[in-house]
Design a protein around this ligand. Structure first.
Ligand code: PLP
Length: 360
């Protein structure tokens, strides 16, 4: 039985988008492929308003590949990693596993990382890279990346800023040059609302120059190779997932019609409604003022069983998510991203009210 996914990824994918993938195969060194891929890159550049000193790429991988790209191709010696949840902790661990030094700037799960916390740490030691997560899917916290970017560019201009916006990009405002970041990336199964298997990344020219100086970049994780290949051939260095690229091309056409601002406003409306609902019956896990606009993490103050809820929701073709990792019992999460709209969210929350007997 199909369940509409209100989990924070993979999110719901429409039949229209699924059908986009069903086409005869083309060679990835053909003219048709170059047209498809350059078309996607151009659309990404338009949607994310990339100036000339930024570039876009799509990798056939989930978003996590970009943790390794940062670890292998970007960090020269030592990174400062902001960790306030499961994914940002993993980001730091990945960089360490690539053989680079890492210092963690930790905040309690549920709290945001603020520019002054970063400024203090960057001022105390030599770091070449700052890594952080925009939208901590495990806690529903949205870190203030615009303020952080501005501060770091102003006070520590040689530090490269690497951002995991895997569950934020598209739904939330993520304009790389306005943030002032050097690399930002996302997976397609989140707000792009197509199936998992691709990741989108944006890089600044200056980070590409840095990457050229970093030894042992690996093969699949070699940022320079990805962009040099595109420069030369307008294709990907390795065989990409062509069916997913068809879907991404269509998604980018739809997103451009809706506009970056329009998509953001739709997500903001869904988030505000869900947050209000959560506060009426439970409480929010995220620090006030730093709530994600793509996933709401609810403190399960009533001790409800999410497993039992999901069993009942299944009959109504819906599914939400329990808490992540060590927050599994204390919280549950509602992902309002991708193709969802306010009417859909209202209906889904009505069903939860109905099953749990909450006041409507
Ligand atoms: C913030 C964040 N980072 C990283 C990941 C891992 O992404 P992927 O599974 O696409 O590799 C996720 C997935 O949920 C995420 O939400």
């Amino acid at each position: 039985m199909h369940k509409r996914l209100l989990i924070p990824g993979p999110t719901e994918v429409s039949a229209e988008m699924l059908r986009e993938q069903v086409r005869f195969m083309i060679g990835h060194r053909s003219k048709e492929f170059t047209e498809l891929y350059t078309g996607i890159i151009e659309k990404l550049k338009r949607f994310f308003q990339l100036p000339n000193d930024y570039k876009a790429a799509v990798t056939t991988s989930s978003g996590t590949l970009w943790f390794d790209i940062v670890g292998r191709s970007i960090v020269k010696e030592k990174a400062l990693v902001c960790a306030n949840g499961a994914f940002s902790e993993r980001f730091g661990k990945a960089i360490e596993d690539c053989g680079k030094k890492v210092d963690f700037l930790k905040a309690e799960w549920g709290k945001a990382i603020k520019p002054d916390m970063i400024a203090e740490k960057l001022g105390s030691e030599e770091y070449d890279t700052l890594a952080l997560c925009h939208n901590e899917t495990s806690t529903g916290v949205r870190n203030p990346i615009y303020e952080i970017g501005k501060m770091v560019r102003r006070e520590y201009p040689s530090v490269m800023i690497a951002i995991d916006s895997i569950s934020g990009m598209v739904g939330d405002k993520t304009l790389p040059s306005e943030i002032g970041c050097d690399v930002i990336f996302a997976s397609t199964q989140k707000c792009f609302a197509i199936p998992p298997g691709l990741a989108v990344g944006f890089v600044s020219d200056r980070i590409l120059e840095r990457a050229r100086e970093v030894p042992n970049r690996g093969l699949y994780t070699n940022l320079v190779r990805i962009f040099d290949y595109y420069e030369k051939k307008h294709q990907t260095p390795f065989t990409p997932n062509i069916p997913l690229l068809y879907a991404l091309d269509k998604r980018m056409r739809l997103l451009l019609e809706e506009t970056h601002e329009g998509v953001y406003q739709r997500h903001k409306t869904m988030a505000e409604y869900t947050q209000k609902w959560a506060k009426k019956h439970f409480a929010l896990f995220a620090e006030s003022g730093y709530e994600s606009i793509t996933v709401t993490c609810v403190k399960n103050t009533l001790g409800k069983s999410v497993k039992e809820l999901n069993e009942k929701l299944e009959e109504r073709h819906l599914m939400i998510s329990n808490g992540y990792g060590r927050l599994a019992e204390q919280t549950f999460r509602i992902g309002h991203m991708g193709e969802w709209d306010l009417a859909g969210i209202k209906e889904a929350l009505w069903h939860i009210d109905d099953i749990w007997g909450l006041e409507k």
